[in-house]
Design a protein around this ligand. Structure first.
Ligand SMILES: CC(C)(COP(=O)(O)OP(=O)(O)OC[C@H]1O[C@@H](n2cnc3c(N)ncnc32)[C@H](O)[C@@H]1OP(=O)(O)O)[C@@H](O)C(=O)NCCC(=O)NCCS
Length: 174
């Protein structure tokens, strides 16, 4: 039987499930800036609350075990009036066992649809990806994000050296 994946909003009660997801991504596939020991309850609680107040946070459950979250995306406003037309700090994470199956695309498509249809005030969505994370950069380009520069030596790479971060943005066209 074909499993059906549904996107839903995140509740504060999902906090520990999101921690488990982020720890798996940090430990096994990387891509997110934080390391396993930096995925704390305070960090996750903080972004859930911020996104409830000023942003969007979405997730996908494992259809055969709804107690497990296998993908999550969030982005929120910087919180001051001059930036009220933008969403920033976008992070997406798909569980390593489920990457490359279209779930990131499903989540991202849903996020952009929600922004386009329910948040006409949002003119810009921005994020930063590590230069070595070409998979993510290709992924974001597929959804209309454009590279806006190259922040040289901004982030520590896996081998201890420094590497560039790539700022990217989606701009509303209408
Ligand atoms: C980047 C990420 C969100 C993509 O989600 P996903 O579910 O794996 O991606 P999808 O299966 O929906 O694939 C969408 C696109 O991603 C890219 N992609 C996915 N898997 C890829 C792979 N193994 N190699 C290269 N590109 C790949 C392709 O552009 C693909 O487009 P296509 O379907 O036209 O080929 C996911 O891999 C992830 O969570 N990675 C770890 C965390 C991370 O890097 N987050 C981003 C931080 S900036």
């Amino acid at each position: 039987m074909q499993l059906e994946y549904n996107v839903r909003g995140v509740e504060l009660s999902d906090l520990h499930k999101i921690m488990t997801l982020y720890k798996a991504v940090a430990a096994r596939s990387g891509g997110i800036a934080r390391q396993v020991d930096e995925i704390t309850e305070a960090y996750v609680r903080n972004f859930i609350k911020r996104c409830h107040e000023t942003g969007i946070i979405l997730t996908i459950e494992d259809p055969s075990n709804p107690g497990i979250l296998i993908a999550e995306v969030h982005t929120c406003s910087p919180g001051i009036k001059v930036f009220s037309h933008l969403l920033s700090d976008l992070t997406i994470a798909v569980h390593p066992d489920y990457q490359g199956k279209g779930l990131g695309s499903l989540l991202f498509r849903t996020l952009l649809q929600e922004i386009k249809s329910k948040h006409p005030e949002i003119r810009r969505v921005e994020l930063i990806a590590k230069e070595s994370n070409q998979k993510a950069i290709r992924f974001y380009k597929k959804f209309g994000f454009r590279v806006e520069g190259r922040l040289k030596n901004r982030i520590s790479g896996k081998t201890g050296g420094l590497e560039a971060d790539i700022p990217m943005a989606w701009i509303r066209q209408d």
